[in-house]
Design a protein around this ligand. Structure first.
Ligand code: B12
Ligand code: SF4
Length: 478
């Protein structure tokens, strides 16, 4: 059987303002996971439109498309194209789960929720000649999964080819998050076994890892055992965690000992009323500054996530947030405009209040205002969002942030990471277009490791080790 698997690019990927670096970070792990269930005899082509041009003149029997909200329009276009050619088109992912009726108009089969139970069931039905129209995930487990088909990933096209997820979902229930809608009807937080997670890590070449789990620290016992198992592997890794998990004694130290060097932290807002409004109680009454100090003292850099436009935000929120983040020495920041994703509690609330401006999913990208904010105009919110980025990544702000670090290496590391990320976009674009993005990985590793300074970096960065990685990259570019 010929199977085509596609991660369509968001509409913006076609625009001249598109930032290639953002979309050349992570490979399509979801599709590679699903590919693990196919047979050895199946002919599989996996394409990610963010990093390559799709070959659309092929004749697959089965087409699998992963649909995110901002890529929905393109996904449907591709689905219609292949249905016109007589292929069986299967659509799944977050947006399909949120709006099944919309997706069903473009698909032969749709999938709601994670695919680990429904996808193999569908494959059996499809091979038997009786595929269903809707498969709804109910049995949630990551035990006994087939290995992810990483061989189908074109590693040389990604800055972070070693992305990994060892859990699904999150124990919390923030109103704006995709998670409750996606996992409806079953468990919304579950992990692999520790042994399986460690085995998956062992299979990944090189040194750097990026955990894409929503909340790697969400199950303390699992996380502790994982970090203990990783200690001594010589890895450098990045992940996401909550303020609450950072403040908890013990776990963070284990994470750092096993190679944690940068953490994406959802601060979201400095305003307790906003936290309550969004049901983000795990952040309420937490000392953000103490969490930041704890991370920095352990040598962990921070990517702070902030959301603008909650109901208690007025026009002062942008500057206040940036000034605070810089004063805390946060290395990088990701700002978002509050976006009500269909299926979330936030969407329901905003829709019921008649505050949605439109349903143009292309613009539900956390960079456009798609609802009427309470204390801001949409224009002020959008302008403030862009201003926050400009202000945070000014050289003067980067140097101020760096100055909060106690020693020279810390300051250099701050400048190299924050500056390297945002100040050299034309260089990044060139590197990406020249398909040399993995060659930047050693530089990222050097910065993460504090230029080899951090005490817990046990494994020396030897010439042998570098060769091992370069050999691998060479093989993968063949
Ligand atoms: C890595 C990542 C990215 C990467 C790359 C995405 C990629 N390569 O897949 C980058 C940086 C490019 C990215 C960009 C964006 N992202 Co993003 N991203 C993620 C992240 C952190 C992990 C995705 C992942 O690998 N998950 C692990 C794999 C195993 O799970 P999965 O991909 O969901 O696949 C499973 C199921 O969905 C299902 N499935 C999926 N497709 C199909 C198809 C079929 C047929 C079947 C049977 C099953 C199935 O089966 C898979 C196995 O269970 C998620 C958060 C999350 N936890 O998912 C956010 C997330 C997906 N991103 C999000 C957003 C908003 C964006 C952006 C719009 C942000 C922005 N401001 O630009 C852009 C636009 C992306 C686009 N193309 O439209 C939202 C999506 C909201 C929504 N309702 O669609 C999320 C959920 C973050 C959040 N909490 O809000 N993202
Ligand atoms: S903590 Fe993060 S991943 Fe978990 S529900 Fe809230 S926003 Fe979603």
């Amino acid at each position: 059987m010929k199977v085509k698997m596609i991660l369509p690019a968001l509409t913006e990927a076609k625009s001249p303002f598109w930032r290639p670096i953002k979309y050349s970070l992570f490979p399509p792990l979801g599709l590679a996971t699903l590919a693990g269930y196919l047979d050895d005899t199946d002919e599989i082509a996996l394409q990610d439109e963010h990093v390559e041009t799709l070959a659309l003149d092929d004749e697959p029997d089965l087409v699998v498309i992963q649909v995110y909200i901002t890529s929905a329009r393109r996904a449907y276009e591709l689905a219609d194209h292949y249905r016109g050619k007589g292929a069986h088109v299967a659509l799944g992912g977050l947006h399909v789960t949120s709006l099944p009726e919309e997706a069903a108009q473009h698909a032969d089969t749709i999938f709601l929720g994670p695919g680990e139970d429904t996808w193999p069931a569908f494959l059996a039905d499809f091979r038997a000649g009786r595929p269903g129209q809707v498969y709804r995930s109910q049995r949630r487990t990551l035990v006994g999964l087939p290995p992810i088909r990483r061989d189908l990933i074109k590693r040389h096209l990604y800055l972070v080819p070693n992305s990994i997820v060892v859990s699904r979902g999150c124990p919390h229930t923030c109103d704006f998050c995709y998670k409750e809608a996606f996992f409806e009807g079953g468990k919304s937080f579950y992990t692999q076994t520790v042994d399986a997670a460690l085995a998956e890590i062992e299979r990944l070449p090189g040194r750097h890892l990026y955990f894409l789990d929503d909340h790697l620290f969400g199950q303390a016992r699992f996380a502790a055992a994982l970090f203990e198992g990783m200690a001594g592997m010589g890895r450098l890794w990045q992940a996401a965690g909550t303020v609450q998990s950072v403040l908890k004694p013990g776990l963070l130290e284990k994470a750092v000992a096993s190679g944690l060097r940068s953490l994406f932290v959802g601060f979201e807002t400095l305003n307790p009323n906003n936290l309550r409004e969004q049901n983000k109680y795990q952040n309420l009454n937490r000392d953000y500054s103490a969490a930041i100090r704890r991370l920095h003292d352990l040598g962990v850099m921070i990517n702070g996530s902030f959301v603008f436009g909650m109901d208690d935000d007025d026009e002062t929120v942008f500057e206040r947030t940036v000034v605070w983040a810089v004063s805390q020495g946060i290395e990088t920041a990701t700002f978002h405009i509050l976006t009500p994703y269909p299926g979330t509690a936030l969407y329901q609330r905003i829709a019921t209040q008649g505050r949605l401006l439109h349903s143009n999913w292309d613009l539900y990208d956390t960079r456009h205002v798609v609802y009427r904010p309470a204390r801001l105009t949409p224009e002020t919110l959008e302008a403030g969002y862009w201003q926050a980025y400009r202000d945070f990544y000014r050289w003067s702000a980067i140097f101020s942030g760096a100055a909060t670090k106690p020693d020279l290496t810390g300051r250099l590391r701050h400048v190299a990471y924050a500056g390297g990320w945002k100040k050299f976009e034309p260089l990044w674009d060139w590197v990406i277009r020249a398909k040399r993005v993995t060659h930047v990985l050693p530089a990222l590793e050097a910065i993460l490791s504090g230029f080899g300074r951090l005490a817990s970096d046990r494994r020396p960065w030897t010439a042998d080790r570098r060769l091992e990685i370069e050999n691998h990259e060479c093989q993968s570019t063949l």
